[in-house]
Design a protein around this ligand. Structure first.
Ligand code: DHB
Ligand code: FE
Length: 303
């Protein structure tokens, strides 16, 4: 059976991609941000997921304001990146896991989540940047003085799940939490031995335009990072507009983190966290959570 080994929340600011391309990981501006990822990669090297389910928001590459699904699930063998206009290098295609995708879609629809299913899906920086941070290409691992992460060697497969955080009305935090829970249930009924990591990208507080451009709310962000570990229902009690008010109009990307946490089916412990202000216009954050299912604990004891 598939099992969920844990969840990670990370920021997805496009400038990170340019910093990686230019090898700026040790530059004083970037070091406190990139240094946070060493511990996450060490944990990933121990738990070695086969598949990553990525909750993220598309910013106009695959979906635009004219047609915006609230929830869309990729069901392809491969996902391509494309030029988004940020000057980022275009990544190699990402392997999918269509069998797992269709199982998730069947299970979600049976659970009354009537998602958009995408047999073709371009993935944007909200998907590519977190993967580049967690599974760096060997040149970046060398710069960080570590053993290679994996994109080069482990061929981790992916299932992209896009949540609309762009075109109002947005789904509520409670709905996103329940979507995550439905994904968690679906994964644990997939009859293939797989280790699955859940990723939620974006945030934390930021606002890119309008009267509050540059807005950051450290107190709110740190509260969210605490609640995501032990009391995620507290975040599910906010409305999306309350999150916009507290965290900025793009800070509502927190919805992706809330969905990620909903998918963790067992007891959750914090492996690592990092918070650094600012990266570009954004309060950058990283949270690594391990998921301990009852069955998994038994398995570990027996093993
Ligand atoms: C920035 C942050 C984002 O989440 C994004 O999608 C684009 C830009 C920024 O801070 O520059
Ligand atoms: Fe974003």
């Amino acid at each position: 059976m598939a099992r969920i080994i844990g969840g990670i929340g990370t920021t997805h600011v496009p400038a990170i991609g340019n910093a990686i391309a230019k090898g700026l990981q040790r530059d004083p501006y970037w070091k406190p941000f990139f240094d946070g990822f060493g511990r996450a990669r060490k944990w990933l090297a121990q738990v070695r997921p086969d598949v990553v389910v990525v909750f993220y928001n598309d910013h106009g590459l695959n979906f635009f304001l004219d047609k915006m699904p609230t929830f869309a699930v990729g069901a392809a063998d491969e996902y391509r990146h494309a030029d988004e206009g940020w000057g980022l290098p275009v990544s190699r295609p990402y392997p999918g896991d269509a069998a797992l995708s269709w199982h998730l879609i069947e299970s979600l629809v049976a659970d009354e989540f009537d998602v958009t299913m995408c047999q073709e899906m371009l993935v944007d920086h909200a998907f590519t940047i977190p993967l580049a941070l967690l599974w760096p290409e060997p040149n970046m691992a060398a710069l960080a003085g570590e053993a290679s992460g994996q994109r080069g060697d482990s061929k981790v497969r992916t299932v992209p799940i896009s949540i609309n955080t762009v075109q109002h009305p947005l789904p509520s935090p409670a709905r996103c939490f329940k979507l995550g829970q439905a994904i968690g249930r679906a994964i644990t009924t997939f009859e293939t031995d797989l280790k699955v990591l859940i990723l939620g990208t974006g945030g934390l507080s930021h606002q890119l335009d309008g009267a509050r451009a540059g807005f950051i709310n450290k107190d709110f962000d740190l509260m969210c990072m605490d609640k995501l570990v032990d009391d995620p229902e507290a975040l599910a009690r906010y409305s999306s507009l309350q999150i916009v008010e507290a965290a900025g109009s793009q800070g509502v990307e927190l919805l992706n983190w809330i969905a990620m946490r909903g998918a963790l089916t067992g007891a959750v412990t914090k492996v690592h966290g990092n918070y650094h202000i600012p990266i570009s216009n954004t309060a950058s954050a990283l949270l690594v959570l391990e998921n301990h299912d009852a069955a998994q604990t038994t398995y570990r004891k027996a093993g």
